[in-house]
Design a protein around this ligand. Structure first.
Ligand code: GLN
Length: 304
């Protein structure tokens, strides 16, 4: 048996003392002012025990982490049809990379890069009655926490600066891979990215991916096959052009966001979430990566 609390405390102290804490994302103006001295780590084991250190109860912008939750909702709504509109290959490119190769014939390479997530947003808009409200309720239900919300200032900040996302959406639209107006799809996408959560809420939200598709309340949201697919996508595509490095160093399926959050999991064992807003050059949290590498090295708990 591991003394998880002691492990987390050691890792926290090592990481917080690192000289290079990365750089906060400034391309979303509303995120630029966040202090990179923040570091939170939270672990939730499948037998319901929780461990936390540092800023694990401070809310942050989950950004691209929301893409996994959106994907799971879309899969529960339209099943395998999704793969007619999105591929499942790692891209080896940054999250916002735009090229005809990335969106070959209008098909994004995977659902976790921006162009893929924009197609997923389109699926959700077409299949939910009140898309933003229903998606937020899904996240609240998974987490068992109704306080979770969008940050409208962050969503607005992206709307007025998100030129690359507009370019990607227009490209997808030109290939007829968006059924709704570009403006509506991006409004949804920017809102899903603006959701704020703490590390401990994130560990709860992702519990279904470690628990065969059932959330904390034991309700089945997605099938075991869908869980397999989503975890495979997180492993191969969850960190953009650093997915190989994350698998190599940490060895868990996971997902990062430019708000500095990372969530990773070991099926049937645990979910672990970290938050530290300083990013490395690939756009992934510098201290979060460090902490997770230390966690799987010290506990030897990885999928490999
Ligand atoms: N909302 C961000 C964007 O579209 C999400 C990017 C991320 O977290 N990697 O640029």
């Amino acid at each position: 048996m591991h003394n998880f609390q002691a492990v987390l405390e050691t890792i926290y102290h090592d990481a917080i003392n690192a000289d290079d804490k990365g750089k906060v994302a400034t391309y979303i103006p509303e995120l630029a002012h966040i202090d990179k001295g923040n570091l939170g780590i939270h672990l939730r084991t499948s037998d319901g025990k929780e461990y936390g250190v540092g800023d694990y109860n401070k809310p942050f912008s989950i950004q691209s982490i929301s893409k996994v939750l959106a994907l799971s909702k879309a899969m529960s709504l339209i099943g395998e049809d999704i793969w007619e509109r999105i591929d499942v290959e790692p891209s080896g490119n940054p999250f916002n990379f735009l090229s005809l190769l990335e969106i070959e014939n209008g098909i994004p390479r995977n659902p976790l890069i921006n162009s893929g997530a924009i197609v997923i947003a389109d699926v959700l808009i077409s299949n939910l009655k009140n898309p933003k409200e229903d998606f937020l309720n899904y996240v609240r239900e998974l987490t068992g926490d109704n306080t979770i919300n969008f940050n409208k200032a962050v969503a607005h900040s992206e709307k007025v600066t998100g030129f690359k996302n507009y370019a990607a959406a227009n490209l997808l639209k030109s290939f007829k891979n968006l059924n709704n107006p570009v403006e509506d799809v991006l409004d949804f996408y920017f809102h899903q990215c603006s959701i704020e959560m703490t590390c401990s809420q994130l560990s709860k939200a992702f519990y279904l991916f470690a628990n065969k598709g059932k959330c904390l309340k034991n309700k089945l949201h997605i099938t075991e096959q869908q869980v397999k697919r989503i975890n495979a996508l997180m492993l191969t595509c969850g960190f953009y052009d650093e997915a190989g490095e994350f698998a190599f160093e940490v060895g868990l399926p996971g997902k990062s966001g430019v708000g500095g959050g990372i969530v990773a999991l070991l099926p049937e064992k645990f979910v672990i979430s970290t938050w530290s807003p300083g990013l490395n050059i690939k756009g992934n949290s510098k201290l979060g990566m460090l902490a997770l590498e230390q966690f799987t090295t010290k506990t030897k708990l990885s999928i490999f």
